[in-house]
Ligand binder design. Structure first.
Ligand SMILES: [Zn+2]
Length: 169
């Protein structure tokens, strides 16, 4: 296990061949890109290296939550994050070639200073909904519950409180 730190850079081939594990916690406000899309949140990630038959692999487990803005009512909504992408580390020259034996794995280049936080951010950004919205039943911007006609009595009570009853009312 590595120590937690704000920035995590690894030699990804050595990391995989050594079978190391890296665990970290990420707050969107401390990130470069996630802070633009998420108000608050907490992301927990584990990177696991492995090597088999001369190939190097990384597995990432990401879980946690982010507060996104609902595109219907513009209120915050909690979006659960649960991702577990796998990667095969390949030489740059192989990146342009068709995927290897396991097509479910993404290919990433050999990197002696791979930015782990950047990789976690990237995977989350790829998984983000294009237009996040509450479920219809939870969203205040939808349905008859929030319609102006039903809000009116409430509004009248507030304006009348503390005042003498008005005859015009
Ligand atoms: Zn909403």
């Amino acid at each position: 296990m590595f120590e937690l730190s704000e920035q995590n850079f690894i030699d990804n081939v050595r990391f995989a061949q050594s079978g190391w594990t890296l665990h970290g916690i990420m707050m969107p406000e401390n990130t470069e890109r996630l802070r633009d899309v998420a108000g608050k949140g907490e992301i927990d990630f584990t990177l696991i290296g492995s090597a088999k038959e001369g190939s190097c692999f990384l597995h990432l487990e990401v879980s946690g939550w982010l507060n996104l803005v609902c595109q219907r009512c513009l209120e915050e909504m909690r979006w659960p994050v649960k991702l577990c992408p796998g990667f095969e580390i390949v030489e740059d020259s192989r990146l342009l070639q068709p995927a290897g034996a396991d097509e479910k794995l993404e290919q990433i280049p050999v990197d002696s200073a791979m930015d782990v936080n950047g990789l976690v951010e990237e995977e989350i950004l790829l998984a983000l909904p294009f237009s996040p919205m509450h479920a219809e039943t939870d969203c205040v911007g939808h349905g008859p519950v929030g319609s102006p006609a039903e809000k009116k009595p409430f509004f009248s009570v507030i304006t009348g409180s503390g005042l003498k009853p008005s005859k015009e009312f």
